[in-house]
Design a protein around this ligand. Structure first.
Ligand code: SAH
Ligand code: DHB
Ligand code: MG
Length: 228
């Protein structure tokens, strides 16, 4: 077995090196991270360099309307909202009202309250309402909430998409546990099903990438919705 602690230390050091160059520090994002800890939330936000990657993906797709499932303290939402034009909009879904309150403050600190709307409740309920009231299509969708629900989130994402919509799913590797077909962990099972559904869907073309770094060993899936 490799010395995992030594590997993790190196991944941290390399992320520090990369972030020092590619991801300049920024008061709003720093405050968001310290407010995450202060509020007692798990530090399961995306890493800074992954946050900037999400911003770049959203810029590449020319997104004007972004949907996020799983807000936490608003860290990834702030990154993605920074890709939006002046009249752009990001809707982010969060179950926990206290988390949403912290996120609202962080988004205000980032000067993005006019572009970001947090909807509080079970994501499936909020998504069902969005489909019912025809709020799609979104240009860019980031799926990053409870992993057991990922198959349902993919379904809703597709209903709220158009050809060209980009869908990113976080945490699809789970320390490598994703290869364990007999796993009883509902998160691993949710992510395995998510990967299978994306890969098998003829409306999507997709890939997935393993990542190491300050958040350990995980990965993300990247898909684009095709035309009919
Ligand atoms: N995208 C964030 C991290 C999200 S962590 C970032 O990178 O900064 C996952 C979030 O999903 C948590 O805040 C959790 O409260 C929320 N969540 C979990 N289950 C949910 C559900 N069923 N509906 C809506 N949000 C949920
Ligand atoms: C978990 C969720 C995340 O969004 C993440 O980035 C890491 C872990 C989790 O629920 O375990
Ligand atoms: Mg995540």
């Amino acid at each position: 077995m490799p010395d995992f602690d030594a590997l993790l230390a190196q991944w941290h050091a390399v992320d520090q090196y990369l972030e020092a160059r590619y991801v300049p520090s920024d008061d709003a994002l720093n405050a968001t991270l310290s407010n995450t800890i202060e509020a007692g939330m798990a530090e399961i936000n995306v890493a800074p360099n992954q946050g900037k990657m999400l911003m770049l993906f959203a810029m590449m797709s020319g997104a004007k309307r972004i949907l996020e499932i799983g807000t936490l303290a608003g860290y990834s939402a702030i990154w993605m909202a920074r890709a939006l034009p002046d009249d752009g909009q990001l809707i982010t879904l969060e179950y926990d009202p206290q988390y949403a309150e912290v996120a609202q403050k962080n988004i205000a600190l980032a000067g993005l309250s006019n572009k970001v709307e947090i909807r509080v409740g079970l994501a499936v309920d909020k998504l069902e309402q969005m489909v019912a009231s025809d709020e799609g299509p979104f240009d860019f969708i980031f799926i990053d909430a409870d992993k057991p629900s990922n198959p349902q989130y993919l379904d809703y994402a597709l209903k709220l998409s158009r050809p060209g919509t980009v869908i990113v799913g976080d945490n699809v590797v789970r320390n490598g546990a994703v290869t364990d077909a007999s796993s009883s962990d509902p998160k691993v099972r949710g992510v395995r099903q998510f990967n299978d559904l994306i890969a098998a869907n003829p409306r999507l073309t997709a890939t997935a990438i393993q990542t190491v770094g300050s958040k350990g060993y995980d990965g993300f899936a990247l898909a684009i919705v095709l035309g009919d």
